[in-house]
Write a protein that binds this ligand. Structure first.
Ligand SMILES: *[C@@H]1O[C@H](CO)[C@@H](O)[C@H](O)[C@H]1NC(C)=O
Ligand SMILES: *[C@@H]1O[C@H](CO)[C@@H](O)[C@H](O)[C@H]1NC(C)=O
Ligand SMILES: *[C@@H]1O[C@H](CO)[C@@H](O)[C@H](O)[C@H]1NC(C)=O
Ligand SMILES: *[C@@H]1O[C@H](CO)[C@@H](O)[C@H](O)[C@H]1NC(C)=O
Ligand SMILES: *[C@@H]1O[C@H](CO)[C@@H](O)[C@H](O)[C@H]1NC(C)=O
Ligand SMILES: *[C@@H]1O[C@H](CO)[C@@H](O)[C@H](O)[C@H]1NC(C)=O
Length: 487
């Protein structure tokens, strides 16, 4: 399977397949294995295809899950918002929000995002059909669901609280901000509120996070990637690189996109680990490899570029092994071919998410900043090329205008709302487009030192750092306070 590290965002509510696009995420069975038969069965809700065109009456079925075990009359409804992957029933029995549900007698619902998982609004994911894949339509799905379900469940008085992490964290905040009469409060974990075409800051935070573990780590990666680049110039050296890095094919320097894809994959080895470092998502099958381990490998031995390159290769081998891959596939053509497939069977989430980035958000994790150690081999042009190769007509100016539109629509980091909490992790690269300070007294940011993307959402564990435990407590206390307030 191929990787396209620059589109990395996945946080939670992921299924097996959504990860396959991201080589370093190789999915394993969870440690604390949950027997499927104890998980709730899916339910289906009828939605309009196009909420913004009254003349279009087409509908489709949206998947959701319910856990009503903790609900007591008078309790709230907790809505876990699905993001850019399949909804997972595992989240219905564990996670931070389930702990809160126990505490506040909540009725728990998780809803899948349109166009992901089994929520198929159209026959396929052709460009024509993907027109209906927008965050605005998704929010309207939530609003419609909220209204109809309240009456169906005869819980018209219940207060709804939305939860989400990463993209769905942003949706959670936007849901509260846009529909304050429908959502009483929101938890928006690691939410990227600020749309941005060239998200070069991502790798800057990766570098800073590696440095916070070991100041030598970043320096050695820098040495290794310079050496790698220098060796690309000579045929015999390229053969050597092929062997060292277990590449599936020879490096053909006339194929620029393959080279970019290769360099990006090597950076991706670190990106995926930093983004998810020690996040306790083992129950979902996350990798056990940590930044500490990668930096230990990277900084072993003498401070020479030869040694650094060897260490870089060791990191690569470890991640190939973790993903159960025998060689590193860096063929650009084969990634694009996979992403061009419009059938639901092929489109396990990668195509849809890339569409959203090419249309609404950008967020390309490019190598355009000098303040990162991975070289400059995969700049904005490369990401833009992916958009045009996968979806046809595309130009950066249009995306830039759309991204501005997204920020105008939602308010970016100036959104006006109350009763939203924004937990963020200090080493999560996404915090660079998240909230850096409290919005207002009633919409605080919670900073969790040393944790990664969405760490607070995962089930509590004895191994959790005290600041993570404290952050969960603070979120719980805020919910308590907010639930006591009138709508
Ligand atoms: C709800 O979650 C709890 C806690 O994990 C679990 O014991 C229970 O079986 C779940 N209920 C349903 C209906 O899935
Ligand atoms: C995709 O679905 C549309 C109907 O929504 C259909 O007209 C079109 O032919 C399909 N495209 C492919 C390539 O199957
Ligand atoms: C390691 O080597 C690089 C390049 O040769 C040099 O710039 C750097 O200062 C060295 N670091 C240490 C800690 O010796
Ligand atoms: C790795 O792949 C092989 C061959 O497809 C499979 O038999 C094996 O179960 C996989 N192992 C893991 C840990 O996923
Ligand atoms: C988008 O917004 C930025 C910052 O305000 C501005 O510099 C840029 O010209 C805008 N681009 C387009 C295409 O509207
Ligand atoms: C996270 O939130 C805290 C506020 O609790 C803030 O001090 C910090 O700057 C934020 N960090 C980032 C990177 O957004």
């Amino acid at each position: 399977m191929n990787s396209l590290a620059s589109f990395l965002i996945f946080c939670t509510l992921l299924g097996t397949e959504a990860l396959s696009l991201l080589r370093h995420q190789g999915l394993k069975e969870p440690e604390g294995h949950i027997d499927r038969k104890y998980l709730p069965a899916p339910k289906w809700f009828e939605q309009k295809l196009d909420h913004f065109n009254p003349a279009d009456t087409r509908t489709w079925k949206q998947k959701y899950y319910v856990n009503s075990t903790f609900y007591k009359p008078g309790g709230p409804v907790f809505l876990q918002i699905g993001g850019e992957g399949p909804a997972s029933p595992k989240w219905m029995v564990q996670g931070e929000w389930i702990e809160f549900a126990k505490r506040y007698n909540a009725y728990c619902i998780q809803i899948e995002h349109r166009f992901y998982g089994d929520s198929h609004p159209t026959k396929n994911v052709s460009v024509e059909n993907l027109r209906y894949l927008t965050s605005e339509q998704a929010l309207r799905d939530l609003a419609n669901f909220r209204v109809k379900m309240s009456s169906l469940l005869k819980m018209n008085k219940a207060k709804w609280v939305s939860f989400g992490g990463s993209y769905s964290g942003a949706l959670s905040a936007w849901f509260r901000a846009k529909y304050p009469h429908l959502v009483h409060a929101a938890v928006a974990s690691s939410a990227p509120l600020f749309a941005k075409v060239n998200f070069y800051e991502y790798l800057e935070v990766v570098a800073a996070s590696l440095n916070s573990i070991n100041p030598q780590c970043d320096e050695r990666i820098s040495l290794a990637s310079q050496k790698f680049k220098a060796m690309l110039a000579k045929k015999s050296d390229r053969q050597l690189l092929k062997k060292m890095f277990k590449l599936c094919a020879d490096i053909d320097m006339s194929k620029n996109d393959d080279v970019s894809n290769l360099l990006e994959s090597l950076a991706g080895n670190f990106e995926g680990i930093v983004q998810y470092n020690k996040d306790n998502r083992h129950f979902e099958g996350g990798s056990q490899i940590t930044i500490d381990l990668l930096c230990k490998l990277m900084t072993g031995g003498k401070n020479t570029s030869e040694n650094a390159l060897e260490n870089y290769a060791k990191v690569n081998s470890l991640l190939l092994l973790d993903a159960n891959q025998t060689c590193l596939d860096f063929s650009y053509k084969s990634v694009i071919k996979e992403l061009q497939d419009v059938s639901w069977k092929a489109a396990v989430g990668g195509r849809q998410w890339i569409y959203q980035t090419c249309n609404e958000f950008g967020w390309y994790q490019t190598s355009d900043s000098p303040k990162q150690p991975f070289g400059s081999g995969f700049g904005l042009k490369f990401s833009a090329k992916i958009c045009s190769d996968v979806f046809g007509v595309f130009n950066l100016k249009d995306l830039e205008a759309n991204v501005n539109e997204t920020n105008t629509n939602y308010g970016a980091r100036n959104l006006k709302a109350t009763r939203i909490v924004f937990p963020n992790g200090s080493i999560d690269p996404w915090h660079a487009v998240g909230l850096t300070k409290d919005l207002n007294q009633d919409a605080p940011a919670i900073f969790i030192q040393g944790t990664a993307h969405c760490a607070n959402m995962y089930p509590p564990s004895k191994k959790d750092p005290p600041q993570l435990t404290k952050a969960r407590q603070k979120i719980g206390d805020l919910l308590e306070k907010w639930l006591a307030q009138d709508a």
